[in-house]
Design a protein. Sequence first.
Length: 173
Amino acid sequence: MISRSQPNPGHFALVEMETYFSQFNLITQNVDGLHRLAGSRSTIELHGDISRTRCSVENIQISKWYEPGEIPPCCPHCGELLRPDVVWFGESLPERAMQTAFELASNCQIFFSIGTSTLVEPAASLPFLAMQNGAQVIEVNIDQTPLTASADWHFTAPAGQVLPALVRELIRN
């Protein structure tokens, strides 16, 4: 099902935003790879990407493995099991990705929180950290979250509707 999924207008609007902001970084908890598929270039994937495979022991990405039909597949380097390149429950988030995300949130001028519950730590802290350091925080979410009351702006609509409209406004101004 994931391989048949396609980016929505919100994904493409974020790609377009990259051209308007001198420094644009996309921090995502999504594992579907749709930001990359839409064309996002500066993406920090906190939970990985389900379309990639890595060795369970060496922790290196594996683009091809041999022994067709072998289930589960094994690493061509060490013979250990391969796994999806995602963070599973109970595992830590990638340290470098989290460090980068916290640095970016600490130093940004505008922070968009899009479609997240703002409940799962440590990522839930990012918009609050940005706000604490003087950033304007814009929340796009169909639901109220712990961030809603504190955000500078809150749009209660799907990202696929709100983000293209924001990009149109950027183009006009």
